[in-house]
Design a protein around this ligand. Structure first.
Ligand code: SAH
Ligand code: SF4
Ligand code: F3S
Length: 472
């Protein structure tokens, strides 16, 4: 039997959206007092958690393919505990235990606060447990950052859970429940604590942040919450996602011109450019209303970057509807687009709609849309070549470990061609090359300093002749 005090290793595999990333961090924080330390190695872990997503069929398939791989891990090391959390867990519950006999624990999206107790039941009582109860508080159990976040410059903070919008294609309201906002005090305390631990940029998360505070009346609505977070000393940048177009208020738009830490980027999913399809999706706005919001945003903050989500091949989508989407994308010229083929989700109304679009037409529409967006994104990136951008350094580039990487205020990824910059510092970077997914830039070197070994040690840089490109 293992005790709470023995050091143990925890591996969390996170799928899906930023909400799941936040929830995984929360799991790490909850299990840290039980002596679970994070590891990136599933083969060494005592506890493996799959934090799952079911937004599209493909995401759900990925979960079952991971579960297949974990069966082999359990076979080799029967002592390892395997837990399945997140949206698939909420949707499937006991069915996961039946389908995957090597799983010890299934816990839904409402059960994260009860995770420590569930792990104890598995380790001490040798039970297989399921918790898909839809009760639980939206307030996190632990605010103190765990080791997961050490060395990071950016963090997510969930400000509300659930969704009441019931877009006809979407599973989220069924797996995350009704919309509930956190109390502003807890959010401000959490952001303050993250900043005190070195976090420089915070992204506030909710399925529809515009309706924050409107239902439970904690005294602050979303623009007022942004004001309060903007006042936190030491925070450099503030972002939020996602904003539903139907609820994007004038007060929120004005905040982009008013709050100095609010980054000039909004993710505003449009889903379709056809009013007929938008109605069938139950989105609650028209194409013209959406375009008018974009115009107002650009007036309030001319440099604002706008990104969006689009679903192609929604049931009943005809060529003429799709062309309206193409027309909208050409006129708005988004900075980036996330495009998806419509996928039937159990329990959603659209799943029962007639006139499903054949797979090859969805594929062809997706390709046309991607091609158009690629041109627009590249065009926009090319206009940035030669400009100087303030880049918040987030860490080493995933593709090239010797390059540091960060983001501009608009959220564009910039890889630094040379020079050592510390995570969490804002570096002035001259953009040299435009690619589709990122930009390449030369950091402007201040004080022309080859870093001393003590400065290198302080910044966690280990490179011969590293030059410092950080304004001190
Ligand atoms: N709350 C956010 C979106 C959350 S889901 C909003 O309202 O914008 C992220 C994206 O997944 C959605 O914007 C949508 O484009 C896509 N999506 C959701 N359900 C889908 C489905 N059944 N098939 C294909 N894409 C889907
Ligand atoms: Fe899903 Fe619509 Fe809610 Fe977004 S707003 S989570 S798309 S139901
Ligand atoms: Fe997926 Fe659940 Fe997020 S279904 S997109 S992880 S809310």
């Amino acid at each position: 039997m293992t005790s709470d005090m023995e050091p143990k290793l925890l591996h969390i595999l996170t799928m899906g959206c930023q909400m799941n990333v936040y929830d995984s961090q929360q799991m790490g924080r909850i299990l840290a007092p039980m002596n679970y330390m994070p590891t990136s190695r599933a083969d060494k872990a005592n506890l493996i958690i799959l934090n799952t997503c079911c937004i599209r069929e493909k995401a759900e398939h990925k979960v079952y393919s991971w579960l297949g791989r974990l069966a082999q891990v359990k076979h080799r090391r029967p002592d390892v505990i395997i837990g399945v959390g997140g949206c698939v867990a909420q949707q499937e519950g006991y069915r996961i235990l039946k389908r995957a006999p090597h799983v010890d624990m299934v816990f839904g999206t409402f059960a994260i606060g009860r995770l420590a107790e569930l792990v104890r039941q598995v380790t001490e009582q040798k039970k297989r447990v399921v918790d898909v109860d839809e009760t639980g508080t939206v307030e996190p159990s632990y605010i103190m950052p765990a080791k997961y976040e050490a060395g990071s410059a950016t963090a997510f903070v969930t400000i509300m859970s659930g969704c009441d919008n019931f877009c006809t294609y979407c599973v989220v309201p069924y797996v995350r429940g009704r919309e509930v906002s956190r109390k502003p005090e807890g959010i401000l305390e959490e952001v303050g604590c993250l900043v005190a631990n070195g976090i420089r940029e915070v992204t506030l998360l909710g399925q529809n942040v515009n309706s924050y505070g409107l239902k439970n009346g904690h005294g602050l609505d979303f623009p007022a919450l942004l004001d309060a977070v903007n006042r936190i000393k030491g925070l450099k940048r503030l972002r939020f996602t996602t904003s539903h177009p139907k609820d994007l208020s004038d007060r929120l738009i004005v905040a982009f011109g008013r709050l100095e830490k609010l980054a000039p980027h909004i993710h505003l999913p449009v889903q379709s450019g056809s009013d007929r399809i938008l109605r069938r999706m139950n989105r609650g706005y028209t194409k013209d209303y959406y375009l008018a919001r974009i115009e107002k945003l650009r007036k309030a903050r001319p440099d604002i970057a706008i990104t969006s989500d689009i679903i192609v091949g929604f049931p009943g989508e005809e060529e003429v509807d799709f062309e309206k989407t193409i027309g909208l994308v050409s006129s708005v010229r988004f900075d980036n687009l996330f495009t998806f083929k419509y996928s039937d989700r159990p329990s959603t109304p659209a799943c029962r709609f007639f006139n499903k679009v054949p797979e090859e037409i969805k594929r062809e529409r997706l390709a046309r849309l991607l091609e158009l967006q690629k041109e627009i994104t590249l065009d926009k990136h090319r206009t940035m070549v030669g400009t100087t951008q303030e880049v918040l350094v987030e860490g080493s580039s995933k593709k090239r470990g010797d390059q540091m990487t960060g983001r501009t205020p608009c959220g564009k990824v910039v890889n630094l061609s040379n020079g050592a910059a510390c995570v969490g510092q804002v570096v002035s970077v001259k953009i040299a090359e435009a690619l589709f997914h990122s930009l390449l830039g030369d950091p402007i070197v201040f004080r022309n300093a080859v870093m001393s070994s003590s400065r290198q040690a302080q910044c966690g840089v280990k490179r011969r002749n590293a030059v410092c490109c950080t304004k001190w």
